[in-house]
Design a protein. Structure first.
Length: 395
């Protein structure tokens, strides 16, 4: 049997249609899009087409789309760029405790430069209360940054409600939409955002490409300096093949989003029901409904998440224990800690993120393998043995 990939929140395989579009650029369209002669203009037109596609999906104008190397750079540009542009007005930023490290570590870097950052808590299902955002605003607040959908537990935040608060208080609002772009509705006016970060490789496009939406009139400074590409906000010759691939991936993903969301939700729910029915001592992390259609994060008592991953890999099944960007760190997930999961519970978490290549047969294979793996691992656990002894003694 072939390998099953169920870690699509970490990255996704490049779609054949995307690879084909990129290959055409790599083979026959090698010009620099900033040059005036025909070969360069061919690349310029291809770049513009991808920009038009993406702008159309988010309800923006093409000149509000700034191409970057991915989500991390987009987050950095948004936060550093606004902070340094607005430093005469204030030095306070509001964000949440469950943001991606591309946001959290950027905010921590600004704290070392003298900025004040408020890290808002979420509830035990991972949802932020918009009222807490309003309470946190001060006269020196210049930026609010709240992710749209969480990469670990999949929870979807009330971005539109927060956007209304930010607009009323005339504060710049940024959202990390790396996990939601082209999957969920991400119209920038409906969400009320001034800045939006995204990444290509989460939607079956190539790695190393993303964009930052920057609403016209938003005060922001570049982090890099060079030529005048991307409105001088991101200088350097654009990665034309990658951007073309991103545009094609976004076009396909957006067109299929509604149907695919329903398909993934059906598989996800059947997967949870199957796990719940066959494996005792488990807990669903995150909101049961307000989350990404393909994401399920489950805590298994008396088991280490890393051991689960390695054993399932022997069955040809790829899953994760948390964010791919911190998978080599032994500390408990900051997201699970933020929703009140103790360290021992966080270490026993498994994240399963389904994608377009997954099938009902894949779900069946996982449901067949997982109970066996968990039972086997618990048989070696002193804590589980002690629990069973106490349970037996209690009658």
């Amino acid at each position: 049997m072939g390998r099953i990939y169920m870690d699509n929140n970490a990255t996704t395989p490049v779609r054949p249609e995307v690879a084909e579009a990129m290959m055409e650029m790599l083979k026959g369209c090698y010009g620099n899009p900033s040059t005036l002669y025909c070969i360069g203009q061919e690349a310029h037109v291809a770049l513009g087409h991808a920009r038009d596609i993406i702008a159309g999906i988010i309800g923006a104008t093409p000149d509000e789309v700034v191409f970057t190397s991915g989500g991390t750079e987009s987050d950095n540009l948004a936060i550093f760029g606004v902070a340094r542009a607005m430093k005469k007005k204030g030095n306070h930023i509001i964000t949440t405790k469950i943001e991606h490290h591309a946001v959290l570590n950027t905010c921590k870097a600004l704290e070392r430069e003298g900025w004040s950052v408020t890290y808002l808590p979420v509830d035990d299902q991972g949802i932020l209360d918009p009222a807490s955002v309003e309470r946190a605003i001060t006269d020196t607040t210049v930026l609010i940054s709240v992710m749209h959908a969480n990469n670990e537990i999949g929870t979807i935040q009330p971005i539109a409600e927060i956007g209304k608060i930010a607009k009323a208080r005339k504060i710049i609002f940024h959202t990390d939409a790396v996990q939601s772009f082209a999957k969920l509705p991400t119209n920038v006016d409906e969400l009320g955002v001034d800045l939006m970060s995204t990444s290509s490789h989460k939607i079956y496009g190539p790695k190393g490409v993303g964009f930052l939406y920057v609403r016209k009139g938003t005060k922001i400074l570049p982090m890099l300096f060079g030529g005048h590409q991307e409105r001088s906000l991101r200088p350097g010759t654009e990665n034309v093949p990658g951007i073309v691939g991103f545009g094609r991936a976004a076009e396909l993903m957006h067109a299929e989003a509604e149907e695919e969301e329903a398909r993934l939700r059906k598989m996800r729910d059947r997967l949870w029901e199957g796990i719940h029915a066959t494996v005792p001592h488990i807990r669903l992390h995150g909101h049961p409904e307000k989350r990404l259609a393909g994401t399920i994060n489950v805590g298994f008592e008396f088991v280490e998440g890393e051991s689960l991953i390695l054993r399932l890999d022997e069955y040809g099944i790829c899953v994760a224990s948390g964010s791919a960007c911190t998978s080599d760190v032994l500390e408990p997930s900051h997201v699970l800690s933020a929703i009140g999961i103790p360290p021992e519970g966080a270490h026993g978490a498994l994240r399963i993120s389904l994608g377009r290549e997954n099938t009902e047969d894949d779900v069946d294979r996982l449901l067949d393998a997982l109970p066996k793996v968990v039972e086997d691992l618990r048989s070696f656990s002193p804590l589980y043995k002690e629990y069973m002894r106490e349970k037996k003694a209690a009658g």
